[in-house]
Write a protein that binds this ligand. Sequence first.
Ligand code: NAP
Ligand code: MG
Length: 488
Amino acid sequence: MNDRMYIDGQFVEASNKQTRDIYNPATGEVIAQAPEATPADVEKAIQNARRAFDEGAWKDATALHRSRVLFKIAEAVKSNVAELAKLETLNMGKPIVESEFDIADTVTCFEYYGGLATKITGEVNPVPDNALNLTLKEPVGVCGQIIPWNYPLMMLSWKIAPALAAGCTVVLKPAEQTPLSALRFAELIDKIEELPKGVINIVSGDGPITGATLVKSYDVDKVAFTGSTEVGRWILKTSAETNLKKVTLELGGKSPNIFFADADFEAAIDGALFGIFINQGEVCSAGSRILVEKSIHKKFVEAMAEKAKRIKLGDGMDRDTKMGPLVTEEHRARVESYIKIGKDSSAKLVLGGKRPGGALANGYFVEPTIFDNVDNNSRLGQEEVFGPVVAVIPFENDNEAIRLANANPYGLAAAVWSKDFGRAMQVVKQVRAGIVWVNHMQPTYMEAPWGGYKQSGIGRELGKYGVEAYLQAKQVHINLNPAPIAWY
Ligand code: NAP
Ligand code: MG
């Protein structure tokens, strides 16, 4: 198992030799030690990314070259799906079947941006002059990329693939809890000869030190961040106080999953459970508020609880497991604090709320938890739990559903379930969220934009928008008829 960082094509320890214990959350056992980068280590990575960018070996390479390298990266990941999926599950806890999907999506992400690299084009602007006025698309430069622990390698691909397609160089920091797949990724791509040294750097370590060094640096042109709203705010503020680096943020959510009485009932129940309990609820777009029409409310909650009892909790390495442990003991404590908030409120605990015990006692497990009759304005109705805890909120009519859906500071995602397309489309139009699913929840496509309205973030990832976030426009004006100017 690789336990070194990747700076300028070299595998290195932290300069002060400091490491951090990495745990298997299913058992609480230490499974590896990862380097804890110092500010000087991060600075070294930044300077190498800077040199790799400024010397031009990557940004001035042909688009076809960059495309081919991205396909080679995809191939390197694809050839190691089983190993990377296992690493992901051991380090993060999620069911192995989900890890396999994540690694497959990682491959697709590199392939998608491999294809897009050769389709980045500029524009010719119709100015009222005898001139050629062009817009060139140029890479933003050196990018600091900071990712969370819920989809470790997939988040890496969402960051690195579009940046490389655009011609940027990167320093990526995985979450402190889950660096293993990123460090292994570095070993795999190191073998790609056509990828110049310094284009991809990976530094593991702590947010307030390793991550913050990236955010404060005057040599970093852009920071791309996925994580908590709190850290996102700090990044924006720090950019303002330093070099005004470009910032894209993908933050939290409290996404409404809206069910009308005319929805296909069984599909709706599955959609409600999948929407919240996939990945143990550790999903930024988790359908953590279930808004359900009053006429089916009682039946709906009963059916949800009945089916949720069948969700198998267990070690992610077990192929039958549907929900693994939470990522860390601290995170479980945070999730449990919200369960307490729910219990102390007027809401009714319908299912779960406990640790499973028995063979799972050493892992950081929490049962699928359903609270009914949650007040949308209460803390459980408003705040992101980031775990397997769902708030059911009944509504009277369509207008109330839309009002409740929007009565939240977040706006990442939403879903609406109905057989009446016109009705569903009213919700799609009125809900202030960056992603809205109809009769589905959670499918994510590399081809389509991803990102939040309101306090769920700034900018978009994935699709063509994903690469735009790593490009800047340069206007070039060419006078086709130079003549003396009668000016003085
Ligand atoms: P977090 O602190 O925002 O962590 C996300 C990433 O930011 C990690 O790589 C983290 O590094 C880094 N970071 C932390 N402080 C930083 C700083 N001052 N400067 C630069 N980088 C910094 O989130 P978390 O503590 O892992 O989770 C807390 C909550 O955030 C969750 O409960 C959830 O509500 C939300 N969250 C949202 C998403 C999402 O996909 N939108 C993902 C994860 C978490 P370290 O890992 O070293 O701290
Ligand atoms: Mg942290």
